[in-house]
Design a protein around this ligand. Structure first.
Ligand code: DUC
Ligand code: ZN
Ligand code: ZN
Length: 480
């Protein structure tokens, strides 16, 4: 047998398929042995009473994303790595922006330079906001050649939204290049119309963020995104599904055989529209898009998770501090329409899914692993290297105490942000230790990785995002 560098002994290994009592042997940063009992290794980690689970894969995080007006998200690749490790996550997929009127390649170079400081392993989605022929024909092939195999489309926001014609162009380009398309689904015109009316009526407080973008605008855009993807025969993932109305659209399409996947986030089963109505300006701390819904929606989201309609839980970590020049209050107590959208969640994601899901008996431990590690790794083309504990996989392993109770505080998040929307929530289940490629990068909350030790994860073509070969009248307009 290969000489073991590390043996994790005495724990219960939890994977997407099952739970078994097994020791895990690690060499060269990979899992090389799974056995009832392993011989001594250079280092032995005792895991009696603990669950040995794959490190989390968070396939939707905004990290150090540069802004057109200068500056970048407060969360740097270093602080985000610390936050992720503190919560049991070892890999992320984050974003390369495109600014309207600009190209892809200059932004790619900038992101690569920033990500060189990461401790996390990381891959990228390419955001497309301006799908000109030059961008799609000359630049996109170079982006794909770098191993970037998912494109992100926004159907709302002034600075990012695509109309139907532009969205179709992105779908076609993705189909030609073997990429997944991920989509932010909300109706642009309807939201802007409601924002104008709310502001004109003097309804400016943070809680009106939810009033501006009710579930129907999410449902409509989800339906339209799926329909257009179906016309092109291009697989898509619907990002951050907040409500059953939108999830129902996904379920219907899945039943027709369409290749569409649904992601949700912890904010949609823990936060509510009522949180945005907290006294003073506090509500801004809970503002993200889509907006958190009424409390009754939480059980419906869980039902969609249980059914497998929503098969990934990401954080959509898109963090702005409350105070400070780039924060939620950068414009003072201004209207909801100018408060930056997004909340931090990289650290809290796994404990919240575990606590609300496994500890409350809504899902099995195996389902937890699927939602938070295996499914994102598969859908993003990172499997079998990431997302599981099997021979040959990177030894990204979290040791969980499934019974430990923890009250969430901002200090525990270890991010660069001055608040957490989850302050005070008590969770059951917590990661005590984390290995990234066999190296202990977190022990009892102490993060020890070196900046720059994270690896970029280029993605090769993968069959999961291949088109079905079903197009209207058998005529493939994307390849005519
Ligand atoms: N959509 C995202 O995907 N992330 C942050 C903000 C948003 O609207
Ligand atoms: Zn979005
Ligand atoms: Zn996002």
């Amino acid at each position: 047998m290969t000489q073991l560098e590390t043996a994790i002994r005495g724990g219960t290994v939890v994977t997407a398929e099952g739970m078994i009592r097994a020791d895990v042997g690690i060499a060269g940063g990979r899992v090389v042995a799974l056995a009832e009992s392993l011989p001594d290794a250079a280092r032995v980690i005792e895991a009696d009473g603990l669950w040995v689970m794959p490190g989390g894969v968070d396939s939707h995080c905004h990290i150090e994303e540069a802004q057109p007006g200068g500056g970048a998200n407060e969360e740097s690749f270093v602080t985000a790595s610390r936050a992720a490790f503190a919560g049991g996550t070892t890999s992320v997929v984050c974003f390369i922006p495109q600014w309207k009127g600009g190209g892809l390649l200059e932004r790619l170079a900038d992101v690569e330079a920033r990500a060189a400081h990461a401790m996390l392993d990381h891959a990228f989605h390419q955001i497309i906001t301006d799908p000109t022929d030059a961008v799609l024909e000359r630049e996109l092939p170079q982006v794909v050649a770098k191993g970037i195999r998912s494109l992100k489309a926004f159907l709302t926001y002034d600075s990012m939204h695509l109309d139907d014609g532009q969205f179709l162009k992105v779908l076609v380009a993705a189909k030609r290049h073997g990429c997944l398309v991920t989509v932010h689904c909300e109706n642009y015109a309807a939201i802007n119309w409601r924002i104008e009316a709310l502001l004109a009526a003097g309804m400016t407080a943070p809680k009106y963020h939810a009033w501006a973008r009710p579930p129907v605008v999410e449902r409509e855009a989800t339906h339209r995104a799926i329909a257009l993807a179906e016309v092109v025969d291009q697989p898509i993932q619907i990002f951050h599904v907040s409500c059953v109305e939108a999830a129902d659209e996904i379920a219907r399409a899945q039943a027709r055989g369409v290749k569409v996947w649904g992601e949700t986030c912890p904010q949609y089963f823990t936060l509510t529209a009522g949180d945005m109505d907290r006294p003073g300006f506090e509500g801004a701390k809970f503002m993200c898009s889509p907006a958190p819904r009424e409390a009754e929606e939480h059980a419906r989201v869980w039902e969609m998770i249980r059914r497998g309609v929503l098969d990934i839980v990401s954080s959509d970590h898109c963090a702005f501090s409350f105070e400070g020049t780039a924060g939620k209050r950068q414009n003072g107590d201004a209207s909801f329409a100018v408060i930056p959208n997004g909340i931090p969640g990289l650290t809290a994601r796994l404990p919240l899914v575990f606590s609300e899901g496994v500890a409350k008996g809504r899902i099995s431990p195996e389902h937890f692993v699927r939602l938070t590690a295996t499914n994102p790794a598969k859908l993003m083309g990172l499997w079998p290297r990431k997302g599981g504990i099997h021979i040959g996989a990177d030894a990204d392993i979290a040791l969980w105490d499934p019974t430990r109770r923890t009250r969430l505080t901002n200090a525990l998040m270890q991010h660069a942000i001055d608040y957490t929307p989850y302050e005070g929530i008590e969770v059951t289940g917590w990661p005590l230790r984390l290995l990234r490629r066999g190296e202990v990068v977190m022990a009892d909350g102490e993060v020890s990785a070196e900046p720059g030790s994270g690896r970029y994860l280029p993605r090769a073509p993968y069959p999961m995002v291949a088109p079905r070969g079903v197009v209207p009248f058998g005529f493939d307009a994307a390849n005519a």
